[in-house]
Design a protein around this ligand. Structure first.
Ligand SMILES: [Fe+2]
Length: 241
C-alpha cells in the first residue's frame, strides 16, 4: 500500500477554538465530544481542482458588476496564496464576499437598517496566477451591528474562501483592516488564542499597489495549512457573520 504524506496539522492555539463562549453561537455549534483525527487519504490531498472554466474573468472587480459605480471608497485587495512551506499556490480559486460600504449584505437574512446599493453585489472570485498572486478591486466594507451581545459591532472585514490544492487545505477566513478600533472587541477575531496567528488576519496597508486618485490598497497573504496557517474565521462554521 502506498504511504501518503498528508498536510501538517496546525499548532495548538493557532486556529480558533470550537467553543468560544464570547462568540455566542459557538456554544450551540461546538462539538460535545473529542474530535476524531482522520488520516489524509488520496481523496483529501488531490482535489478538488478548479480551472479557468470555473472563473468569470470579470468577477475580480466588484465595482464593475452593474451599470453604475458602487458607493464607498474604492480599494484594491491583493496578496499571495502560499502553501505550508511558503511556496506559492498557483491557479487556485479565491472567492470573497462582503458587506457594502454602508455595512449591509445583499442577503435576505441581513436585516441591518442600512441601505442596499443597487450597484454592489459584494461577491467576487478569481484564480491566482502562476506565482500564487490574486487581486480584487472592491469598496471598503462598512462595519455592521450584530446581536452577539449588547451593542456588538463587527469590524470591517472581507470573507475569503479557498480550497487550495486539496480538501485538506480548505480555508474559510476573514480579512480585517489595519487600525480598525473594533478589532480588539471582536469575539470572532478573538476565537484564536495565539496572538501572532490572530494578527495574520489583519491586512497590511499596501502603498505600492495604491492607484493615485483611484484607490488605496491592502495586502493580505494567505497561508494554507501548516505551522503558519491563516486561522479559520471561527469554529469551522463556514457561515461567518
Ligand atoms: Fe461578515
Amino acid at each position: 500500500m502506498t504511504n501518503i504524506a498528508g498536510y501538517r496539522r496546525p499548532y495548538p492555539g493557532t486556529q480558533p477554538n470550537h467553543l468560544h463562549p464570547h462568540y455566542v453561537s459557538s456554544i450551540k455549534r461546538a462539538p460535545l465530544r473529542p474530535l476524531v483525527s482522520m488520516p489524509h487519504t488520496l481523496t483529501e490531498i488531490t482535489g478538488p481542482l478548479f480551472g479557468t472554466e470555473s472563473v468569470d474573468v470579470k468577477a475580480c472587480d466588484l465595482t464593475r458588476q452593474h451599470s453604475g459605480d458602487p458607493l464607498g471608497e474604492r480599494i484594491i485587495v491583493s496578496g499571495r496564496v502560499l502553501d505550508e512551506n511558503g511556496r506559492p499556490v498557483p491557479h487556485t480559486l479565491v472567492e470573497i464576499w462582503q458587506a457594502n460600504a454602508a455595512g449591509r449584505y445583499l442577503h435576505k437574512v441581513d436585516q441591518h437598517n442600512a441601505p442596499l446599493d443597487p450597484n454592489f453585489t459584494g461577491c467576487g472570485h478569481t484564480l491566482t496566477d502562476g506565482e500564487g498572486r490574486y487581486r480584487f478591486v472592491t469598496v471598503r466594507p462598512g462595519e455592521y451591528p450584530w446581536r452577539n451581545h449588547y451593542n456588538a459591532w463587527r469590524p470591517a472585514h472581507v470573507h475569503f474562501s479557498l480550497f487550495g490544492p486539496a480538501f485538506a487545505t480548505r480555508l474559510v477566513t476573514q480579512m480585517y483592516f489595519p487600525g480598525d478600533a473594533l478589532i480588539p472587541f471582536d469575539p470572532i477575531f478573538n476565537c484564536t488564542d495565539d496572538e501572532k496567528a490572530r494578527n495574520r488576519l489583519i491586512s497590511h496597508f499596501d502603498w505600492e499597489n495604491t492607484i493615485p486618485e483611484q484607490a488605496l490598497a491592502y495586502r493580505f497573504d494567505i497561508i494554507l495549512a501548516g505551522r503558519d496557517a491563516t486561522p479559520w474565521e471561527d469554529s469551522r462554521s463556514q457561515l461567518g457573520k
